[in-house]
Ligand binder design. Structure first.
Ligand code: GDL
Length: 455
């Protein structure tokens, strides 16, 4: 399937998350990795680049334009497609011709910088229109098609090879089923959006555990084209405590033939994305068999040199266990799962029956604790800074578990209450958000219910 990376198939990375955009240096590093691994597309649309979304009518300053120009040139040199997006949906007036002029001026600036591929995004916006727009277009979808088709034609007249992407307001199965964007939104897009335009889709959910061929085929008939996957599997902007370094998974190689490309919108912290991007690249070019665990282990071996320290070397085995603790949104890696099950089993038993299992378990968590501590010695400081808060929290929880088991293991303490000296109420696990989280619990069937409060 090597043609995926050389032909029309878009394969690569979206900088499309909420939060601090990547630095120029990180982007250059990304481009090097992508070109080494055979990916071909970088899509620039950080939600918190102000000019991308909040003040989409305003041109970039000279310094900002220069920085974007550098990115475009860097992509060109490496044979990567650079795609630039605007998200005017927060406040655009669809029927106002002046708004189209704003969009054209913005794209004109990017064309002058050498950009050849564009997108208009309408995700995460209010799905209602100004009365004048409703009167003119009748539907949200028609209003968007009017603007996007016009800007597409204008762009193609200036750059014949321009690739043009569009993100609909309902961009996953759940949103479409819930009627977001209004009655028949996607069918109208299928009919009215010019056929050259590519339509983003994140799968059945915003964060899709699986994207099946059957799901995509159904969508193709509505959109009248192959969708372009915007994959949020490894996005972590919605949860500041987590990151995801598990493999690209839950998609089969057959999916590639059903979509016009696979672009991933990964972790906000750039240093976390090595395995994510590496395994996507493997997936894009693999034969019919895809073993995501094998791809993960191979990518971890390649990532391991980034974990050089100022002291004794770390072990790959420990890194794999850490990676398994921050694997995928719906799944811990197998080593982390084993550790969790072991902790749960131990805590559910009477300490009098623990015996050697408590000792063996304490050895395992002490080792992981030590590994977390040793990460402070990483020579790759940006990687350590990205890891620091998450790993600190993991270390604290392991420490508490260790102390609890040590205390309860002592004959005479089996039934005694444990009062940790280190975890005072209000310090660790404290704070307003943590208390709010304790008010409601997510049940295994996905429902959320209040936790009965004691007197
Ligand atoms: C979204 C946003 C994306 C964000 C992601 C994860 C799309 C099309 N838009 O809904 O910017 O990073 O969720 O929070 O996915």
């Amino acid at each position: 399937m090597a043609t995926n990376t050389t032909g029309n198939f878009l394969a690569g990375v979206i900088e499309g998350f909420y939060g601090p955009p990547w630095t120029q240096a990180e982007r250059f590093e990304l481009f090097d990795l992508m070109s080494r691994w055979g990916l071909n597309t970088y899509f620039y649309c950080p939600k918190d680049d102000l000019n991308q979304r909040a003040i989409w009518r305003e041109l970039y300053s000279a310094a900002e334009a220069e920085a974007l120009g550098e990115l475009i040139q860097a992509c060109l040199q490496r044979n990567l497609r650079f795609v630039y997006a605007l998200s005017p949906g927060l406040d655009i007036r669809y029927s106002n011709a002046a708004e189209l002029d704003h969009l054209k001026k913005r794209f004109e600036q990017m064309l002058e910088l050498g950009c050849k591929n564009f997108a208009l995004l309408f995700d995460d916006i209010p799905d209602r229109m100004d009365p004048a727009d409703s009167q003119r277009f009748g539907s949200f979808a028609s209003a968007q098609c009017h603007v996007v088709n016009e800007i597409f034609r204008w762009t193609r007249a200036r750059c014949a090879e321009a690739r043009f992407l569009f993100c609909p307001t309902p961009y996953c199965g759940r949103m479409a089923a819930g009627g977001l964007g209004g009655e028949g939104y996607l069918s109208i897009i299928g009919r009215e959006l010019l056929p050259e335009l590519e339509v983003f889709w994140t799968g059945p959910e915003i964060i899709s555990r699986e994207i099946t061929v059957a799901h995509i085929r159904e969508l193709q008939t509505v959109l009248r084209r192959k969708p372009l996957i915007w994959d949020n599997l490894h996005a972590n902007d919605y949860d500041g405590r987590r990151f995801f370094c598990g493999p690209y998974s839950g998609r089969t190689p057959e999916l590639r033939a059903e979509v016009s490309g696979l672009l991933i919108n990964p972790n906000t912290e750039f240093p976390f994305n090595f395995v994510t991007i590496r395994t996507l690249a493997e997936f894009v070019s693999c034969s019919a068999n895809w073993d995501c665990r094998q791809a993960y282990l191979a990518a971890m071996r390649e990532w391991f040199p980034y974990f050089a320290t100022s002291g004794q070397p770390l072990s790959l085995e420990d890194l794999i266990l850490l990676g398994d603790c921050y694997y995928l949104p719906y799944e811990d890696g197998p080593e982390a799962k084993k550790l969790f099950d072991r902790a749960r089993d131990l805590l559910s038993q009477n300490p009098a029956t623990w015996g050697d299992e408590a000792i063996a378990f304490r050895k395992q968590i002490s080792r992981l604790k030590e590994f977390c501590f040793r990460l402070t010695e990483l020579r790759h400081r940006p990687l350590f800074y990205a890891l620091n808060r998450r790993v600190w929290e993991l270390r604290e929880e392991l420490d508490l578990l260790d102390r609890y088991i040590a205390f309860k293991s002592v004959v005479g303490n089996h039934d005694a209450a444990y009062h940790p000296e280190s975890h005072l109420p209000g310090t660790y696990r404290g704070g307003f958000v943590a208390r709010l989280q304790c008010l409601m619990v997510t049940q295994t069937n996905g429902t959320i219910a209040p936790v009965p409060q004691g007197e």
